[in-house]
Design a protein around this ligand. Structure first.
Ligand SMILES: [Zn+2]
Length: 212
């Protein structure tokens, strides 16, 4: 089955699982509002659904998904800032305890940025403007290891993109204030879904450490 019926059947299955087994979860507990402890910034990539990968339940995670799991720097002005607005609400409205940047291997958004920096063609003016925000990630990867190229440079740029988004989070005053008050922690994770691995950024050792 490949058509839209797949999703409608999916809803039937969801209804059976959640309303058949525990009708009170939605009807009573979640009806009156949400109080998730986690905000996750993940890529829109269909293979890296945070709810599946992190095995969460309804009400656990405030999810922000965009191309390349990217947090832009704080920017004033009359533009539309969907990711910044979602994070503002997560921190100031919901009071989440943690923000997790969930980058991933073989990310098309990071690959588009690297391709453009190397003189290649990248289609889509919205995509290009967005992924250009990640240029520094490739530069940092090459600073750390000037010999990188090809797949190794892509993997290193993906990990550096997670770090860049962590840096960009702290350009928002509401993030800095919540951290200073001891109410918010930031986390950078790198998912290699193809190997079933998750790496966790350790700011003390400045390395990504594979979860055992
Ligand atoms: Zn991606």
């Amino acid at each position: 089955m490949t058509g839209i019926e797949t999703l409608l059947n999916g809803f039937r299955k969801f209804h059976e699982m959640y309303f058949g087994k525990d009708p009170s979860l939605y009807r009573d507990q979640l009806r009156h509002g949400q109080s998730p402890r986690f905000a996750v910034v993940a890529c829109s990539d269909s293979r890296v659904d945070p709810g599946i990968v992190l095995q969460t339940e309804p009400g656990d995670v405030f999810a922000v998904r965009n191309v390349a799991a990217l947090v832009p720097p704080c920017e004033e002005g009359g533009h539309y800032h969907g990711t910044s607005a979602a994070l503002e609400f997560a921190v100031t409205g919901l009071g989440v305890d943690h923000i997790i940047i969930l980058g991933h291997a073989h990310c098309g958004g990071v690959a588009a940025m690297v391709r453009k920096q190397e003189g290649g063609e990248v289609g889509g003016r919205f995509i290009t403007a967005w992924t250009d925000l990640l240029r520094v990630a490739r530069e940092r990867a090459l600073q750390a290891d000037p010999g990188l190229s090809g797949d190794a440079l892509l993997r290193a740029s993906e990990r550096q993109s997670v770090r860049l988004s962590l840096d960009n989070l702290t350009t928002f005053a509401f993030v800095r204030e919540a951290m200073a008050a001891g109410n918010l922690s930031l986390h950078g994770w790198y998912l290699n879904i193809f190997e079933g691995d998750l790496e966790v950024w350790n700011p003390k050792t400045e390395t990504f450490e594979q979860l055992s």
